[in-house]
Design a protein around this ligand. Sequence first.
Ligand code: ZN
Length: 347
Amino acid sequence: MSLISQEDINKVRNSANIVDVIGNYISLTPKGKNFFAVCPFHEDHNPSMSVSPDKQIYRCFVCGNTGNVFTFVEKFLGISFAEAVFMVAKACGVTLSSEQTLKKEDKFQKEHELMALVLKIYQNNLHAYEGEKALAYLQNRGLLDDTIKEFEIGLSLNKNILHDLLKEKEYGDKMLEDLGLINCNEKEFLDVFRNRILFPIHDLNGYVVGFTGRCYLTDIVPKYLNTKETYLFKKGKVLFNYHRARDAIRLNKTLILVEGNMDAIRLSSVGIKNVVALMGTSLTKEQIEALKKLRVHLILMLDNDDAGRNAMLEHIPKLLKQGFKVDVIDISKLGKYKDFGDLGDSD
Ligand code: ZN
């Protein structure tokens, strides 16, 4: 993300109002000619940051943090300068001439397109006639339509459809197989996911890289099926919900780390948005690196079973060593709410 023209940067700077942009992330109070806010870059208790619409800059009188609209977004979201220019451009509805160049830089553009398309197919299935039972299943377990939409939950049908639907698209059978979508034998192209409710898994940049499929009809085993490890999907490198939760995590300066995708979806659906799931109990070096970039307080909330408790005991020293401030939520104290995981299988 380094290719961005000066012309584009100027165009965005001229269209953006720093007060509107910063106001998307933190709360601003007008006072005189300027606006004031509690500074997000240091442990602030009084509004030490001023934002000047005239000069189009912000400045904190305590920690000295200062800059323009791009600097703020870059620092606040922990992203690159070019990414910040893009975010601001998007917020102001400005189209950049460098956009095309940047798109070409995506080494896996075709794969990303394919995964996004497959996700659309799965989402459509859920809302089609054949998806009625699966949709009812989710609704009966308390998932609202908004949550289903937000988490892009889909459905694979009880038949092999992906190969036929996609054969005109020139992705090639090999790509479909390599990405863990179909299995090929001499005569047939078999969908990997059949008759399962599907939860897309995104990489840290928000690209769909895999799925978790849960059976919902009969006792098909395994109950949960993840996409195999592929060159896009490496379980140890992703954190479920990271790309959606990033802003909320920065706003709250806190991240809640849970075990399962459903734990994250449940918490998010009741307004606790700063939540990310490990999709298991292990925590890899790559995941710790991704968490470190956010520079926030961590709250571990793994399952209240032996595996969950042991994992927390194992992870805490590693995290402390990396400079994290860590707290633990004891789920056993949450009473009836402790069963929010696993789509409420206990009922
Ligand atoms: Zn400050």
